[in-house]
Design a protein around this ligand. Structure first.
Ligand code: MN
Length: 496
């Protein structure tokens, strides 16, 4: 979907001139070796680029300036192999605009007990060199990721790789454009928010277009182009008989295909990375986009219904973060509950637009009436979603700040057929348990719309919030309501 190999993370090693040429040569060789091994690691999806050791205020400032202006550079990994007096870093860190990972590693994994001498000690100083560097970052209140451990440790590689995915999602947001067809669903609070503040904080813009502008593009597609897409539907999905060529509702499938062609063309033409629409504003459209939105999400566009631009943008960022991993990142809504005490469950879905990338097996392409919106019956893909680790994430506007709320969940494969439910659906159990998880979400003000992820972890989302500089609330197996209430109170003070 999105090729993460086009992104670079720069590997910068800090030192000073004090050590002499021989030691500095070894420092550079070690760093190059680490970079080579990072580039061979399956866990790290981006390119890691070696940068010459920085030893002075001027060199540090210069590498930061270069990183700021390098378009493909999405982050910096910094490591103090030796001691690098951190007052030298103040100038560079003050202008640094790219996310930073402080890698607290050392070249050798073990202490060579028999041979260790003062030359060895002179070269391998990150145990205290990285503390000096850590101090100045903390003193300067710089958010960063800290990863500790030997550079060949698979866990370290996974953490670095996960962080590079997060920085790719962040880089994708910078300058990104999202479009809203129509405005917010009338009177809804949580999907609304401050788009000016969002552009300042997150780097993406959201602008509205009248649905008529879209309808014009939709109506511009020829019968032949529509035929081609409906044939693709028939090949890829189990299309119900009435929708197939010659069937009584074949024209509805054609209408749906035309809508997909139109939205995709509009997005490409405007260089948009995602969109939202609302069933209350569909003037000139025959049906609400169902299969169109499901498939466009499958192709990597961000989407959320009812004007929810924050979730549309979050879905897009998480799709970039999860690019190339098994599983999907998808627009989701907590829909209805199973309150059986022995097996409590949340059923997640939407009235139509559940992301195709979650489909477990071949999706069915169906048509059913939609009780709201007052339009023709919309065509949609219906499918089940596999069980396993997952999370829900939501960004809300608290007035003076944005808050990212994450709830880890355990998805379960459906135990029953749902023959009369004409939408795609997911079942999950929230952590730490149904009652605590739902109460915590509600106390934190989490939205009913989320991005549901099958391949990202809470640590990724925390890194994302740190890079964005926003509040982060995690609801997981350790959550206790009383502690959460305090955390929310304290955060109100912290963000004043
Ligand atoms: Mn909704």
């Amino acid at each position: 979907m999105i090729d993460l190999k086009k992104f670079e993370v720069w590997f910068v090693t800090g030192s000073q001139d004090l050590y002499g040429e021989d030691t500095l040569k070894q420092v550079a060789e070690h760093s190059q070796q680490i970079v080579r091994s990072f580039n061979e690691a399956a866990q790290i999806p981006v390119q890691v680029v070696f940068k010459p050791t920085v030893k002075s205020t001027e060199e540090i400032r210069s590498v930061m300036q270069d990183a700021n202006s390098a378009k493909n550079c999405i982050g910096i990994i910094a490591w103090m192999h030796t001691f690098s007096p951190a007052k030298m870093w103040i100038g560079g860190l003050s202008i640094m605009q790219k996310p930073l990972l402080q890698l607290h590693t050392q070249f050798n994994r073990d202490i060579p007990w028999e041979t260790i001498d003062m030359d060895f000690m002179n070269l391998n100083q990150s145990a205290h060199g990285d503390r000096e560097f850590g101090f100045i970052l903390s003193r300067m209140r710089k958010n960063r990721k800290v990863v500790v451990g030997h550079w060949q440790d698979p866990e370290v590689l996974s953490q670095i790789g996960g962080w590079t995915r997060v920085t790719a999602g962040w880089a994708d947001w910078q300058g990104a454009r999202f479009v809203r067809f129509g405005d917010n669903m009338r009177f809804v609070a949580v999907t609304d928010g401050d788009k000016v503040e969002a552009e300042k904080q997150f780097g993406f813009s959201v602008n509205t277009y009248g649905v008529g502008d879209l309808v014009k593009v939709i109506n511009g597609f020829s019968d032949a182009e529509v035929d081609k897409l409906t044939a693709e539907y028939e090949e890829k999905y189990a299309v119900v008989d009435p929708l197939r060529k010659g069937g009584a509702q074949y024209s509805s499938l054609r209408d749906a295909a035309k809508i997909e062609l139109g939205i995709e063309a509009f997005l490409k033409d405007g260089n948009f990375k995602g969109y939202s629409d609302t069933f209350e504003d569909l003037h000139g459209m025959t049906q609400l986009p169902g299969i169109a939105s499901q498939r466009l999400m499958g192709k990597g566009y961000g989407f959320a219904g009812e004007g929810d631009w924050k979730t549309a943008a979050l879905v897009r960022a998480m799709k970039v973060m999860g690019s190339g991993l098994k599983g999907g990142n998808a627009f989701m809504e907590d829909y209805t509950y199973h309150f059986d005490p022995s097996n409590p469950l949340v059923l997640g879905s939407h009235m139509l637009e559940v992301d195709e990338s979650l489909a477990d097996g071949k999706a069915k392409c169906e048509i059913h009436p939609l009780g709201i919106g007052g339009k023709a019956d919309p065509v949609r893909l219906v499918f089940n979603v596999a069980g396993g680790h997952a999370l829900n994430a939501s960004i809300v506007d608290m007035g003076n700040r944005f808050r990212l709320i994450v709830n880890t969940v355990e998805a379960v494969a459906p135990e029953h057929d749902l023959p009369k439910l004409p939408v795609a659906r997911v079942l999950w159990k929230p952590y730490p348990d149904m009652k605590t998880g739902c109460a915590a979400w509600i106390l934190a003000g989490g939205a009913h719309h989320t991005c549901y992820s099958q391949n990202l972890f809470a640590e990724n989302m925390e890194d994302f919030a740190d890079i964005a500089g926003i509040e982060y609330i995690l609801i997981d197996q350790d959550t206790k309501i009383r502690e959460l209430k305090n955390e929310l109170r304290w955060n109100d003070a912290a963000f004043k």
